[in-house]
Design a protein around this ligand. Sequence first.
Ligand code: PHE
Length: 340
Amino acid sequence: MKEKLQKIRENAIAQIESSDGLAKLNEVRTTILGKKGELTAVLKGMKEVAPEDRPKVGQWVNETREAIENCLEEKKTKLEAEALRLKYESEKIDVTMPAEKHLTGNLHPMTQVKNQLVDIFGSMGFEVYEGTEIETDHYNFTALNTPQDHPARDMQDTFYLSPEYLLRTQTSAGQIHVMENKKPPIKIISPGKVFRSDDDATHSPMFSQMEGLVVDKGINLCDLKGILDVFVKKIFGENTVTRLRPSYFPFTEPSVEVDVSCFQCGGKGCKLCKGTGWIEVLGAGIVNTKVLEGCGIDTNEYSGFAFGIGIERIAMLKYGINNIKLLFESDLRVLEQIDD
Ligand code: PHE
């Protein structure tokens, strides 16, 4: 009997040792210790053992069982540790591996500049008025002191939709709508698309402007210059100053062309400012009394100034873009470089 048990034990240990996984080990456990297992068979056969030998044989069986169980337990611990090691191995992260590059979008330079303009003027108390891209001849020209036969109409090659309707050539058209609908004090900006039949490196048939209009008591050119000085410093840098030159627009009198000191060379003269130290950035002036009166505003009491900024022009100057088409082509190689 002892030999038989020894055999069972050796056989069991060999099977346990050769188990190559937890599932296999479980199988082995059932075949050895289960109801149909060899050891159970021995226990069942105890009846045949002589009564005086039973305690002895019982002890052997127990010892065998214990030894097998210990061996199973040991193997189980080993296999579990191995399984965990493999799991960790498979989940290992190489922290030195370069990260996958994620493409993050950014706002279009035109949107960036428009937002900056709106922020700057918004911080000075200007409200935003959005006009419409389709206008009547009246709002785009006549009410702006530019009647049918006025030579200034030639300054802007207009896309007419009908004799009456056109694509607005200037955001100035919005000035009239605002003044017709609101009593002074008026302090608005109006960004939007405008259209002119014009096409070269610095002009596009569709471009964007931002109109500014202030109407209040005692408004004069100094107020205009003060506001524009704040604007150019914020957009082109603290050291930028403005210069007003006489100009002509039918709806402003006097009219001015506003230059900024060249923010690239500081005024010494460079390629950007064509050696002059100054860069032209916008048109402006004191609102013509004829325009105010046309909108029912008492010019004895009120006066105003207006300005029109070309947004593409500002973006091109600010970001060193030499062809306006780059702002319409959506070439990511260009757009990715501009993120203020
Ligand atoms: N509307 C003018 C233009 O498009 C600019 C401007 C606006 C000039 C307001 C004076 C006052 O050229």
